[in-house]
Write a new protein. Structure first.
Length: 180
C-alpha cells in the first residue's frame, strides 16, 4: 500500500500542530519503510486509534487493555490498510461493540511508543495515528476479549489526571482546546 495519502495527512497535521516534533518521525518512517503498515515489520509499524467521544462530547470511551494492563484509547494494527482512519473506526467498532460511529476527517493526535517484547514478538515501535470517532446513538458497549473493561470517562477529568497515560492527557487537552 502506498503511504502517499498518509503523508498528505501528516503534512496537514504538522501545519495544525507545528510544535509537535513527533510528526517528523512519522513522516521519516512512512517514507523509508515500504512495509510500514504491516505488523510483521520488526522495527515497528503504523497503528490506528480512536478518540471515541460520546454523544454529548464530554466523555471518551477507554479500554483497560488486557495485554498492556493500562487504560488507553481503542485501536489496533493496520494489517496492511494504509487508510488509518478506517483502521481506527474498525477497531473502535470491534473493541466496543458500538455501531453507528462516525469518523471525523483528519488526524487528531500522533504518538510513537515502544511496545515491550512479549512471547515471540520482539520489542517494537507503534506509530499510532489517532482520529476522532463519535458515538451517534446508543452508547451501550460490549467488552471484547482484548480488554479487561471499558469505561466512559469525562474528558475534563482526564486532562488533569496525573495517574493516566500522558498521551491520554494530551488528547484530552487537545479536545478541550478544540471545544473551547
Amino acid at each position: 500500500m502506498s503511504p502517499l495519502p498518509l503523508l498528505a495527512e501528516l503534512d496537514r497535521y504538522r501545519q495544525r500542530w507545528p510544535r509537535e516534533a513527533a510528526v517528523g518521525d512519522f513522516l521519516d518512517f512512512a517514507r523509508r519503510e515500504p512495509r510500514c503498515f504491516e505488523r510483521s515489520t520488526v522495527e515497528g509499524h503504523f497503528t490506528g486509534s480512536a478518540w471515541l467521544v460520546g454523544v454529548d462530547g464530554a466523555r471518551v470511551l477507554l479500554t483497560h487493555h488486557r495485554k498492556l494492563d493500562r487504560w488507553l484509547q481503542l485501536g489496533g494494527h493496520a494489517d496492511g490498510d494504509a487508510h488509518l482512519g478506517r483502521v481506527a473506526l474498525r477497531e473502535a467498532e470491534e473493541e466496543s461493540g458500538l455501531r453507528a460511529l462516525a469518523l471525523e476527517p483528519g488526524i487528531f493526535d500522533l504518538d510513537r511508543h515502544l511496545i515491550p517484547a512479549r512471547g515471540a514478538d520482539p520489542a517494537h515501535w507503534h506509530y499510532d495515528v489517532r482520529y476522532v470517532v463519535r458515538a451517534t446513538a446508543d452508547e451501550r458497549f460490549v467488552v471484547s476479549a482484548e480488554s479487561h473493561a471499558l469505561a466512559w470517562r469525562r474528558i475534563d477529568e482526564l486532562a488533569g489526571d496525573a495517574g493516566i497515560d500522558a498521551s491520554l492527557r494530551r488528547m484530552a487537552g487537545k479536545w478541550l482546546q478544540r471545544a473551547g
